[in-house]
Unconditional design. Structure first.
Length: 138
């Protein structure tokens, strides 16, 4: 049994599935860049963490059954007269979350509410925000 096989076996035992899948690429990259041991360990643990977070987010979006690919920039203000563009921009700043306010989405237009929730959830991660999944469940 080679060292790579032993490492893959340990990854399976420790449930480090993404390191197990990408081990060959990680080893090749490390041979090329020759990082220190601590840098190498940090890189592989960061990769595992990022992949798990991405997977968790994908699962949550799938379980929410909200239609995908909605963007608040594409929101049709002519279709729904209940909210203005200025109000939408204020809501997108998420100040209501920091102040612990609740947002109630009312009305018969289920599609419009779903679009708004999905657009809010899929905002770019560059926006500093708290997890909105508990606030945007229904």
């Amino acid at each position: 049994m080679t060292q790579a096989d032993n490492i893959k076996d340990y990854c399976i035992r420790l449930k480090l599935s993404y390191i197990h899948q990408k081990l060959s690429a990680v080893i090749l990259k490390a041979q090329e860049s020759q990082p220190t041991y601590i840098d190498f360990l940090e890189d592989i643990l960061r990769m595992e963490s990022e992949m798990r977070e991405s997977h968790t987010r994908d699962v949550r979006v799938k379980m929410s059954r909200i239609p995908l690919k909605h963007n608040l920039d594409d929101y049709d203000f002519n279709f729904v007269s209940g909210i203005s563009q200025r109000e939408m921009n204020e809501l997108r700043q998420l100040a209501w979350m920091e102040q612990a306010y609740n947002i109630v989405l009312m009305g018969p237009l289920v599609r419009a509410r779903r679009t708004w929730r999905q657009g809010l959830y899929m905002m770019p991660s560059s926006v500093e925000r708290k997890d909105t999944s508990s606030q945007c469940r229904n």
